[in-house]
Write a new protein. Structure first.
Length: 159
């Protein structure tokens, strides 16, 4: 399966549009409906376990759980990655067929457990997403540590 990563660019009118950044080959399941599947896909696509800096990605999904786009929202240092809510939602709203999304980020230091900043950001994203009603669903925020460890904030009761 091909997964396309997008970025934002300005068109000739100065309006933001999505542009294809790169394409990844992914050999796993097309439907990412479980945290373990998402963690496996992200590890394979982005090689999270080799990254020395924290990165936050957003996976835009169709109703059936298939990925319609991937975005790097932010990347930072060893311990944190800052992101704005506008950075997340702007990309989602520009993505055709997007009806749900999953956030994922790595913890290069190793442990996948959420920090208070991770929990606060997740709650804020959930609050904003709830304003969209049934038009947009925030399915999960998955933190990936070193090795095979991951933490689903949905399964942890934060979403």
């Amino acid at each position: 399966m091909k997964i396309t990563a997008y970025d934002l660019s300005l068109n000739e009118k100065g309006e933001e549009i999505l542009v294809k950044d790169r394409t990844f080959d992914y050999s796993g399941d097309e439907c990412l409906n479980k945290p373990a599947k998402v963690a496996e896909a992200i590890r394979e696509i982005f090689r999270y376990d080799q990254m020395s800096e924290e990165r936050l990605y957003c996976l835009a999904l169709k109703n059936n759980g298939k990925i319609v786009g991937v975005f790097e929202i932010s990347h930072g240092g060893m311990l944190a990655s800052m992101s704005s809510m506008a950075s997340i939602f702007k990309r989602l709203l520009l993505t055709p067929l997007c009806s749900a999304f999953i956030l994922t980020h790595n913890h290069p230091a190793g442990e996948p457990y959420p920090s208070s900043a991770d929990i606060n950001m997740t709650r804020k994203v959930k609050e904003i997403t709830d304003l969209f009603g049934n038009d947009l669903k925030f399915l999960d925020h998955i933190i990936i540590g070193r090795g095979s460890g991951f933490y689903s904030l949905h399964d942890g009761g934060y979403i």
